[in-house]
Design a binder for this molecule. Structure first.
Ligand code: ADP
Ligand code: ADP
Ligand code: MG
Length: 454
């Protein structure tokens, strides 16, 4: 369980974030990079760089054997998977365990239990945590139609192995199910290597509320409050906040307790997130899934709790008990994160890789920027388009919004297009300011934006 030299098995801003946490704990770092990432900021920050393969992630960041060989070849005693890529694959956690490398994350068993959404729904139900009314595995269109009649249309047809907003289809009636089912199964097989599908009732007026949890090797599990991630495009989060200001304190406490109960029921270790959907019309909340890794939006929780979550991951991995009890966690103020992607708002938000000729980052009170970009950096076309996360803290939500507006206005990027101009219209919107949003709101805002800037 020693963690003295970590292989950073990821790229982009999260690789930088992991390296910073290691450095502040006096831990050595080795960056595993693809051929396209030799000039990355992560590569410049570490003690040593190992190339793990060609640019395509299927030839590099998704290769368990290459990562293990890189760790062993450079004398690493531990590996941090970051998010995305192999972070939620039990095989990697198991391969590390089998080779005496400390996996900075949950156990392979934790990942197996929660990695499959249908299996996770069953565990939640048996721990007394409500799940969205829905179905079991639907094996064909006929079965799906029969089950959907009971749930009531519209339903979401979900891939049990899906993630990252992919593998979710809205189905309005039996006729649509007849045509959608086989496409969804084929897509799931191609994308996730597993075509298991199930359904959930579609909650039309919803908020996404999720809870950060931490568990150690001694069975201690605490939560660090919740986040509202309702502003989404294609089921992917764009703006996240903590706390989930629009939900009553009483319901938030229930949601957080449910998350801790669930994590405790599987002996969860390390950092994880339990996701819920909150029905604005009925005030009910339901378990959606658990993400068994550090999440993109973890910094908003760090800003309101003062806890360095990645440092905690490293401490837990090296066998330390949790440094605090539930009652030690205090929440201060409000935090907002904007994901800044390389994309063209003027051209339907298509990805926009290329060289950054000018990069002037915002700063000032309450402003934090997590990024791997620098002036002259060339954004490769092979990966996720996330360039930076602007995280802003304020004494309350209105101060956090005011600071976000100011920071976005001073953020100067040239050479490539970014989502900054669109984000500025979001944080200036009367509905957003009033908190009058749901998970469909951002898509409407995007349509309006594209119509007026097309
Ligand atoms: P978060 O809640 O942390 O924002 P996301 O679901 O947006 O998590 O995923 C984080 C990153 O991981 C994104 O880059 C996403 O594309 C990727 N990702 C998550 N799950 C999967 C998966 N099953 N397959 C491929 N990529 C995934
Ligand atoms: P992923 O693994 O891709 O993150 P999730 O199951 O967490 O998939 O769902 C992603 C998003 O899709 C949610 O944040 C929410 O906006 C929407 N969603 C998921 N399930 C439902 C549902 N039953 N009703 C309405 N929206 C949903
Ligand atoms: Mg999710």
């Amino acid at each position: 369980m020693s963690v003295t030299r970590v292989l950073v098995a990821n790229r982009g801003e999260i690789a930088v974030r992991i390296i910073r946490a290691c450095q502040s704990l006096g831990i050595e770092t080795v960056a595993a990079v693809s051929e396209a990432d030799r000039e990355s900021l992560a590569a410049k920050m570490v003690n040593r760089v190992v190339c793990i393969g060609p640019p395509r992630s299927s030839d590099s960041y998704l290769k368990t054997a290459a990562l293990l060989a890189a760790a062993q070849g450079t004398g690493c005693d531990s590996l941090h998977p970051g998010y995305g890529f192999l972070s939620e694959r039990a095989e990697l956690a198991q391969a590390c365990a089998d080779n005496n490398i400390t996996f900075v994350g949950p156990t392979a068993d934790n990942i197996t239990k929660m990695g499959d959404k249908l299996a996770a729904r069953k565990i939640a139900a048996s721990s007394g945590v409500a799940t969205v009314p829905g179905s079991d595995h639907a094996k064909n269109a006929r079965e799906a139609i029969a089950q959907a009649e009971k749930i009531g249309y519209p339903v979401l047809l979900k891939a049990s192995a899906g993630g990252g907003g992919r593998g979710i289809k809205l189905v309005g009636n039996a006729q649509e199910m007849q045509t959608t089912f086989s496409t969804a199964a084929a897509e799931a097989r191609a994308a996730f290597g597993n075509d298991t599908l199930y359904m959930e009732r579609y909650i039309g007026n919803a908020r996404h509320v999720e809870v950060q949890v931490l568990g150690d090797r001694f069975g201690n599990v605490i939560h660090l409050g919740e986040r509202d991630c309702s502003l989404q495009r294609r089921h992917q989060k764009i703006v996240e906040e903590a706390p989930a200001y629009a939900v009553s304190l009483e319901v938030r406490a229930q949601i957080c307790n449910s998350a801790a109960i669930l994590a405790r029921s599987i002996g969860y270790q390390n950092a994880g997130t339990v996701e819920f959907i909150f029905d604005n019309d009925t005030n009910e909340f339901f378990f959606l899934e658990m993400n068994t890794r550090i999440q993109v939006e973890h910094p908003v929780t760090e800003m309101i709790t003062g806890v360095d979550l990645v440092a905690q991951q490293l401490r837990i991995a090296r066998g330390e008990p949790l440094a605090f009890k539930q009652s030690d966690i205090r929440f201060t103020g409000h935090a907002i994160e904007c994901r800044i992607n390389a994309e063209s708002p003027q051209h339907g938000f298509r990805p926009c890789p290329g060289r950054i000729t000018h990069w002037e980052a915002p700063s000032g009170p309450g402003v934090r920027l997590d990024t791997h970009c620098y002036p002259g950096y060339c954004v490769p076309p092979f990966y996720d388009s996330l360039l930076a996360k602007l995280i802003v803290h304020g004494a309350d939500r209105s101060e956090a919004i005011a600071r976000t507006k100011r920071a976005l206005a001073t953020f100067q990027v040239q050479g490539i297009d970014t989502g900054i101009p669109f984000l500025q219209t979001v944080v200036d919107d009367a509905d957003y300011l009033a908190g009058n949003v749901n998970t469909r709101w951002l898509e409407k805002k995007l349509e309006q934006y594209s119509a007026s800037h097309g």
